[in-house]
Design a protein. Structure first.
Length: 117
């Protein structure tokens, strides 16, 4: 089964997916009214069977939960949350060549936590 991980942010959303248990990052997408449709396309294009969404604590968790509910209304897939604290710090430690992919690298870290590769 292929998986998709989402690092939700109010401005940008990082994305990573698996194929045969190999994790790949996708370009970040802007958080907009087109977000759900873009995720639907990714789900279809990459034959995604399950989505993992990074969930932090505190006030931002409420926004993330609202986003998860929106995903659930628009996709017929299992969606689980994964603890995402310090995933951005971990991503920064990897010193990405393209800092614009930092959120997607965070999503890859979340995905790795979820499936344990």
């Amino acid at each position: 089964m292929n998986y998709l991980a989402v690092d939700y942010g109010t401005k940008r959303i990082g994305l990573a997916y698996t194929v045969n248990n190999i994790i790949f990052t996708l370009p970040e997408i802007d958080n907009s009214d087109k977000t759900i449709n873009k995720i639907k396309i990714i789900v279809k294009d990459h034959t995604i069977g399950k989505i993992f969404v990074g969930l932090s604590e505190g006030k931002f968790a409420i926004k993330t939960i609202d986003f998860i509910e929106l995903l659930k209304k628009n996709l017929v897939l299992p969606i689980e949350t994964v603890e995402e604290s310090v995933s951005t710090i971990e991503a920064n430690r990897l010193k990405p060549k393209n800092p614009k992919r930092l959120d997607s690298i965070s999503a890859a870290i979340i995905l790795n936590r979820a499936i344990g590769l």
